[in-house]
Design a protein around this ligand. Structure first.
Ligand SMILES: [Fe+2]
Ligand SMILES: [Fe+2]
Length: 184
């Protein structure tokens, strides 16, 4: 099994250990799309595809262990430990770590590599593949009123779109504009 498949198997196992919304639902509605978009961007931008795919698979792994506010840092440390155990190249481990640390849009951590740009943009792009889930979250989980929910969703989509590099915006522009029309 190559390194990416080994990581994917491990990540799937971790997500399947939780039986709430942060488990396989999170993998299927978010992580899966982050991986898909991150790979597409890595190809387009000539980034290291292996590093990008591993980082995309592991970018939210600390959430499985209930980390929220610091999941970018906890996840980077988790990845370092796990990949070191596998004997993965230390330079690539450092690259994966930086991708995971810098993926959070809300923390404005500078992205120093093209690989980190791929993962951070893909994280935001994935939101446009799970619009019904986000609507459900706002109105059912958070119990928002109609107008307040609309504003929240529009803000969220705008922030996600602004967080992306231009190449990423081009890929999801149609979905972004459609969402904004529906919410206006
Ligand atoms: Fe995250
Ligand atoms: Fe994420």
């Amino acid at each position: 099994m190559n390194i990416v498949e080994t990581v994917r198997t491990h990540v799937l196992k971790r997500y399947s250990e939780r039986d709430d919304a942060q488990g396989m639902d999170m993998y299927d509605t978010h992580v899966k799309y982050v991986v898909e978009y991150a790979k597409e961007l890595a190809k387009k931008l000539n980034a290291n595809e292996e590093v990008v795919e591993i980082a995309a698979l592991m970018h939210d792994i600390a959430r499985v262990d209930w980390s929220n506010e610091t999941h970018h840092i906890d996840g980077a440390n988790y990845a370092e430990k796990y990949l070191t155990k596998l004997g993965y190249d230390s330079k690539k481990i450092a690259m994966v770590k930086h991708c995971i640390i810098a993926h959070r849009g809300s923390q404005s951590i500078p992205r120093e590599t093209i690989e980190a740009e791929c993962v951070a943009s893909a994280d935001a792009m994935a939101h446009f593949r799970s619009i019904p889930d986000m609507i459900y979250y706002v109105y059912v989980d958070l119990g928002k009123e109609l107008e307040e929910g609309k504003t929240m969703l529009k803000d969220k989509f705008e922030r996600s779109f602004r967080k992306m590099i231009p190449e990423a915006q081009e890929i999801v522009r149609e979905k972004y504009e459609a969402a904004m029309v529906i919410l206006s």
